[in-house]
Design a protein around this ligand. Structure first.
Ligand SMILES: NC(=O)c1ccc[n+]([C@@H]2O[C@H](COP(=O)([O-])OP(=O)(O)OC[C@H]3O[C@@H](n4cnc5c(N)ncnc54)[C@H](OP(=O)(O)O)[C@@H]3O)[C@@H](O)[C@H]2O)c1
Length: 276
């Protein structure tokens, strides 16, 4: 029997803890992927202006017949929108592509040009006031950057790369302190973690798949945490939801935590270096 997936309660908003990532999903892989994901029970979909697939995501949600209010939908503002006007216009375009009049979460995709944050985050906050957006997030922010963003706008979410090879302790602590949703992107380390002997060993012992072990480990870390693995095809999408049924003990969790090597799979689009 399958366990319902965990739901995070962040300031009274329910967020399904296993979302469906859509980066690099195009054409029918995207439309059918999102539609199949919704059929399987996913109710949290992650897209972005930069992914070029908002139209397909919107079409799949509409085709599913599932009430819009049941889906937690995220999109992200891309780096070219540096003024308030440009941010607002881009979100209007996103909403029309997504066939909806609001998104649950609007995320600033990258922290470039800090001097533009007041204009960009301010415009995003205006969109919350006008009902086009329910919550605001920031992505790829370091702990000091997140603390500065919290002074600028009512941030609800931080979305960053996080998996067994990249522990992100500072951001997890800030998420708990400020009651933020922490979204772990590339939670499978883009597939890298699935061949790790520690992970495959635990998977064998627990009669689970390596993906389920990685996702369960992440979900056990914090009540604030959601994962958004990307899956092409029904088999992977179903496998990933099965993380809800896996049990890990303290020794398993410690063994996976020891894999941390502060290693990223995703670099900023403009430069290879990270401010640590
Ligand atoms: N905010 C940001 O800047 C940012 C950056 C990166 C990612 N993201 C978000 O996070 C999502 C996930 O990250 P990601 O796509 O980079 O990587 P990921 O989810 O860590 O890994 C995806 C890889 O794992 C494979 N996979 C998924 N389920 C599997 C299964 N059950 N068994 C075996 N392999 C499996 C996928 O293969 P198949 O495709 O063949 O299933 C794909 O190769 C993205 O789609 C996007 O929504 C956000």
């Amino acid at each position: 029997m399958s366990t319902p997936q965990p739901i995070r309660d962040i300031r009274g908003t329910s967020v399904p803890a296993i979302g469906y990532g859509t980066w690099e999903l195009e054409g029918d892989d995207c439309f059918t992927g999102v539609l199949t994901g919704l059929e399987l029970g996913y109710r949290h979909i992650d897209t972005a202006q930069a992914y070029g697939n908002e139209e397909l995501v919107g079409a799949a949600i509409t085709a599913s017949g599932i009430d819009r209010s049941e889906v937690f939908l995220t999109t992200k503002v891309w780096n070219e929108h540096l003024s308030a006007e440009s941010v607002k216009a881009s979100v209007g375009t996103s909403l029309s592509k997504l066939q909806t009049d609001y998104v649950d979460l609007l995320v600033l995709h990258w922290p470039l040009d800090e001097e533009t944050w007041p204009a960009r985050l301010g415009a995003m906050a205006d969109l919350v006031e006008h009902g086009a957006v329910r919550h605001l997030g920031v992505s790829n922010f370091t702990p000091p950057q997140l603390e500065r963003a919290l002074d600028v706008a009512p941030i609800f979410n931080v979305q960053v790369e996080h998996h067994p090879y990249l522990a992100q302790p500072g951001l997890l602590e800030l998420a708990a302190k400020h009651d933020l949703l922490f979204t772990a992107y590339s939670p499978l380390a883009r597939g890298e973690a699935l061949h790790d002997p520690v992970i495959t060993g635990i998977a064998e012992a627990r009669d689970a798949t390596p993906v389920q072990v990685v996702l369960r480990w992440l979900l056990d870390e914090s009540e604030h945490l959601a994962v958004i693995p990307k899956a092409t095809g029904r088999e992977h999408a179903e496998d990933n939801l099965g993380a809800a049924n896996v049990y890990l003990d303290e020794a398993d969790r410690e063994a996976i935590a020891a894999l941390d090597r502060n290693e990223r799979q995703v670099d900023p689009p403009w430069a290879p270096a990270w401010e640590r």
